[in-house]
Ligand binder design. Structure first.
Ligand code: FKS
Ligand code: ZN
Length: 341
């Protein structure tokens, strides 16, 4: 399996996120990608190549143009106020408030976000546009006939919606890859999201469409981030009714519950018969993950990969979460090895 990777991810390195009422070191850090890259090399998964540059076309096919412009300009506007620390939002326009883009950067940061855990740094724009190119390069390889590819990038993407960032995510790499596949000849794409957290961004981007099926296994949003999306009764809207499948699980779920949900999800994917499957690959379902409450073991990721590969469909794996830094490489690589054996 080909891995697509660039060192540009290092340019996004937030100092802190709001956690337990304190500004704490970011869990989503460059060492995660270092560990995954090293494990891919160790496992001899296959060649590792740099992404091609697709420009902003594939990004704008998914994200709102005003949002993309904001992301591009945000650090410059922030730094122009004499600030050198991470850019973070302050307040959100909740029920009954006006949805108008403010002029001042502090207001814009809030308008285009949904949490205070996702700092923008000097190199965020370069890192996230390279991340999108990594995902699209993987998609292009599937279009060229590869059976699978691995988009090794950070920051992750599945919480980013059409016009807002959050959950460590800015551009929705999996959604951008799926849309690129659609725009280049594929009829139907399934996105299988196995990250511990619900992929609210991906769900919302494709919610009213029947050409992109979204299936997600995640911790029940009644107790877990992102809290406000990911319930089982969210089944899609309009043309998309029936093309969104959420499989929320309780805290402390282990392999038994998790793989039962996977079978339900895979059955729906088979019935949909997509041309390609994009896997939002988070391994924060691991028992040792510091911010999560599922109980998968490292060997379970081999099984995960082989069950997904049993679909017999072209697979694009896109890296999402996983914060047990010492084990993240092994766990991710186990999925990829399981999918190639
Ligand atoms: C815990 C606070 C939770 C946000 C968690 C974000 C999870 C991100 C992710 C992604 F794949 F996007 F990286 N903070 N006290 O793992 O879903
Ligand atoms: Zn996650």
């Amino acid at each position: 399996m080909l891995t697509i990777y660039s060192d540009d991810h290092r340019l996004h390195h937030g100092k802190g996120e709001l956690n337990d009422g304190e500004l704490q070191p970011c869990y989503e850090c460059p060492e995660r990608a270092d560990q995954v890259l090293e494990a891919v090399r160790r496992a001899k998964l296959g060649d590792i190549v740099l992404p091609d540059d697709f420009g902003l076309g594939p990004v704008r096919a998914v994200h709102d143009v005003r949002y993309v412009d904001f992301l591009q300009r945000a650090w410059g506007l922030w730094a122009a106020e004499g600030r050198s620390s991470d850019a973070l939002p302050l307040a959100w326009p909740v029920r009954g408030m006006r949805q108008l883009e403010p002029d001042y950067i502090d207001g814009k940061l809030s308008y285009f976000s949904f949490d205070a855990g996702t700092p923008i740094t000097a190199g965020t724009w370069t890192a996230v546009t390279t991340g999108a190119n990594i995902a699209v390069t993987g998609a292009a390889r599937l279009l060229a006939g590869d059976a699978s590819a691995f988009a090794l990038s950070r920051p992750p993407g599945h919480h980013a919606a059409r016009d807002y960032f959050g959950g460590y995510c800015f551009l929705n790499n999996a959604a951008i890859a799926a849309q690129y596949l659609r725009d280049n000849g594929a009829s139907r794409i399934a996105i299988l999201d196995v990250d511990y957290h619900h992929g609210n961004g991906t769900q919302s981007i494709f919610y009213d469409r029947s050409d992109v099926l979204f299936v997600s296994i995640h911790a029940d949003p009644k107790n877990e981030y992102p809290f406000f999306l990911g319930h089982a009764d969210e089944r899609g809207a309009g043309d998309g009714d029936g093309y969104n499948l959420n499989l929320p699980l309780p805290w402390q779920s282990g392999a038994d519950k998790w793989f039962a949900a996977l079978e339900t999800g895979l059955t729906r994917v088979r019935e949909f018969a997509p041309d390609y499957v994009v896997v939002s690959l988070g391994v924060d379902t691991y028992v040792g993950d510091p911010i999560s409450q599922f109980r998968l073991e490292s060997d379970d990721y081999l099984e995960m990969g082989s069950r997904i590969a049993a679909l017999g469909m072209p697979l694009l794996f896109v890296l999402e979460g996983g914060y047990a830094v010492a084990e993240v490489g092994t766990n991710v690589t186990n999925v990829l090895l399981g999918a190639t054996r």
